[in-house]
Design a protein around this ligand. Structure first.
Ligand code: NDP
Ligand code: 2IT
Length: 451
């Protein structure tokens, strides 16, 4: 195959994706980002362009959409929509989080599930790709309402999941509280104590030490590795973190551990800039214990912190940026502001937080850019380690998990780096991650025949 004929085929595929998946802009965006990286590998390795492998990759193996009816505290019946998209199980059981947020729809779940295939392949830990969730909004709901919702959700989902089939975990709006309720209902319905059916469990009942911290920690380790390749390090750096949930909190923790200073956190209402660096204990108290907002942080922190309603953390000048909230949260204007402010590296804790046009601006300006499917893979990597512990009925000490996480993140960085070099785009982690993930998954698919 020549480069030109490959390009033609990819362009035709892009059109076909839009035609076959109408009104799914997030899925189009995620698919297009990967397809744009594949020309060199398809031209160089025609066997991977064969057998409709790309077409198969783009079509989920199975998509489940279901009704979730539950009762609120006033006794009223409520109805939400549940999703599980089982995208690809060639490397291992479907694996990926559940997101509870009013913006969840099939497009969002498919974009996340598609990215998860490549991310999971990069971990090398034998997990396929999937994602799920609901348009349920947990904000303002009591514990009892969240429990009833999770039970109703599991009553439908349970028949599709299992330790060797499909293993959900958390994502936006789903943390250890929700995983507990989901697990309890699964156990009740199946009459099985099947630890490996969900990850992110409590450490007293089958969860892995270090899973809560893994995504944020992993992203900072990936960022440190990108900087190291440029002869720089994190110590003394000023960092921007967006979001104030699971990923953001443990990103701040690891940044501080490595001598950097996290200046910001945010939520959908506004952001906080704290010139002394985010006070982690206060942030954890407000977010993990009280389930409060970043505005509360600013009110209690004192003079060093300012709350800015609306706007975005990217307005603050800093050396590095770690978007850790949601998709498309960093646009062209933000990228230009960051570059003007002297940013040297951007590493994605969230999935697809930087828009494609903004990525181009960062790369053209020579900013090191770590795409989420490599940089935030630490969470699912420790989930895969949780599955290992569950299958052997083992409990690994925190230190062992952290060492393995550090080694997985180094390996992911290395495979992205080497792959980018091999295809003539040194330092380009997008090509590295997409092509390396693609090679691993398609090799597994080819070996298993036409399914
Ligand atoms: P949480 O629910 O713990 O926190 C989400 C944070 O992002 C909150 O601060 C929330 O603010 C903010 N946010 C969510 N949606 C929006 C929105 N539409 N606009 C503005 N802010 C928003 O989720 P996580 O920390 O777990 O997830 C954050 C990101 O990291 C997501 O992209 C997720 O897919 C990704 N990720 C998570 C992993 C994990 O292990 N949890 C693993 C890999 C990636 P508010 O409270 O106002 O909604
Ligand atoms: O986006 C992600 O990688 C996650 N939400 C974590 C998935 C998992 O199975 O741990």
């Amino acid at each position: 195959m020549t480069a030109a004929s490959t390009q033609e085929r990819l362009a035709a595929l892009q059109k076909e994706i839009v035609r076959r998946n109408p009104a799914q802009p997030e899925f189009h965006q995620a698919a297009s980002e990967v397809l744009q990286s594949l020309e060199p590998v398809l031209t160089a390795r025609p066997e991977l362009a064969e057998a409709a492998l790309i077409e198969r990759l783009l079509e989920p193996e199975r998509q489940v959409v279901f009704r979730v009816s539950w009762q609120d505290d006033e006794g009223r019946a409520r109805v939400n929509r549940g999703f599980r998209v089982e995208f690809n199980s060639a490397p291992g059981p479907y694996k990926g989080g559940l997101r509870f947020h009013p913006s969840v729809n099939l497009s969002v779940v498919k974009f996340l599930g598609f990215e998860q295939i490549f991310k999971n392949a990069l971990t090398g830990l034998g997990v396929g790709g999937g994602k799920g969730g609901s348009d349920f909004d947990p904000r303002g709901r009591s514990d009892a309402e969240v429990m009833r919702f999770c039970q109703a959700f599991t009553t439908e989902l349970y028949r599709h999941i299992g330790a060797g089939t499909d293993v959900p975990a958390g994502d936006i709006g789903v943390g250890s509280r929700e995983i507990g309720f989901l697990f309890g209902q699964y156990r009740r319905i199946t009459n099985r104590w099947e630890a490996g059916v969900l990850t992110g469990k409590g450490t007293g009942w089958g969860g892995s030490q270090g899973r809560t911290q893994a995504t944020g920690y992993g992203n900072v380790l990936f960022l440190a590795e990108m900087l190291r390749r440029r002869g720089q390090d994190l110590a003394g750096r000023q960092a921007l973190v967006s979001g104030s949930g699971n990923v953001a909190i443990y990103t701040v923790e690891k940044l501080h551990e490595l001598g950097a200073r996290a200046l910001t956190v945010s939520d959908s209402a506004g952001y906080v800039v704290d010139e002394k660096g985010i006070d982690l204990e206060l942030l954890k108290q407000i977010k993990e214990v009280e389930r409060g907002r970043v505005r509360d942080y600013a009110e209690r922190r004192g003079a060093s912190a300012v709350y800015v309603p609306g706007g975005s953390v990217w307005e603050v000048p800093a050396d590095v940026a770690l978007p850790s909230a949601t998709q498309n949260e960093l646009n062209v204007a933000d990228a230009l502001t960051l570059v003007r402010g002297g940013v040297q590296a951007v590493s994605e804790g969230a999935n697809m937080p930087v828009t494609p046009e903004a990525v181009r601006i960062l790369r053209d300006a020579g900013v090191a850019y770590g795409p989420g499917k490599a940089a935030n893979a630490g969470g699912v990597a420790v989930s895969a380690l949780e599955m290992r512990q569950n299958s052997g009925r083992e409990t690994w000490p925190r230190e062992r998990v952290e060492n393995e996480l550090a080694s997985v993140m180094r390996d992911i960085h290395e495979v992205c780096w080497q792959t980018a070099e091999r295809y003539g785009t040194p330092g380009d982690y997008v090509t590295g991650a997409n092509v390396a993930g693609f090679e691993r998954v398609t090799e597994a698919m080819l070996a298993q025949g036409l399914l």
